[in-house]
Design a protein around this ligand. Sequence first.
Ligand code: NAP
Length: 295
Amino acid sequence: MVASPLFEKVALIGLGLIGSSLARVIKREGLAGEVIGCARSEKTLATALELGFVDRVEADAAKAVEDADFVVICTPIGAYKAIAEAIAPHLKKGAILSDVGSVKETVLRDLGPLVPEGVHFVPTHPVAGTEHSGPEAGFDGLFEGRWCVLTPMTGTAPEAIERVAELWRRAGSQVEIMDAAHHDKVMAITSHLPHLIAYTIVGTATDLEESERAEIVKFSASGFRDFTRIAASDPVMWRDIFLNNQSAVLEMLGRFTEDLTALQRAIRWGDGQTLEELFARTRAIRRSIIDARQA
Ligand code: NAP
């Protein structure tokens, strides 16, 4: 059964993995009367129409948001400010402006002051994704069973927050409201540092001598393969995440480097007990992730 629409007109700016997945689920669940898609390239706009997850496309973001009661920025974070400046004068009074960026404190800091009086700003982060990007990569089940974190500023109208929360619940997610700085710290260790480590390992392997490099692909199933999947994620999106979550990532990286040095020492001194104790503790974390159905 299709539920009643939550919004009359939704404008999605950015139609890649996240934007197109959101569009698909909005269509599937009948959450909006009309879905307008906006992206940079003609190719993405044409693909969106062809795949049918939007009703209409608009190359100009300012035109796309006209009369929309829900606007979601779904581009890499580096593009946010220019987009916000372009659309701000065209946002309808009473509209909700949102985003799906993986970092939240700088988004609040940079976009907050640009949001016009009478427009509700409800930033979100759907904690769901794959290493693929672009409009073809999206699918309507992406958010199913995942968390969506909302980081509204104090003073935001509760009805606007609830409407956005309801959208994500209908997309299959569980919703949590969190302080932006806390969100960024949690993501620094659960998402951003793992990506940095994967990028580093794959980079180190790529720089090896020719003879060793040839063996990497052949024997990748021994562990390396899992890092290459993460390290295949979109370079621009990840550049922007590290530039925007600088302090939290550097703090976690400092802790990580200390722990790595301790392991280095344990290996050098043949301290098997230290190694085994750590590996036993980390195995338990994996089990708890499986139990929480986040595997
Ligand atoms: P993506 O697949 O690379 O898609 C990005 C989209 O943004 C493309 O449609 C691109 O248009 C459009 N775009 C880029 N610059 C633009 C501009 N200046 N004006 C209009 N459109 C522009 O990226 P994604 O994976 O969906 O990520 C989007 C956002 O979601 C990021 O902020 C990211 O932090 C967040 N996020 C990502 C994941 C994940 O796992 N990927 C998970 C949670 C949150 P063209 O196609 O025309 O170039």
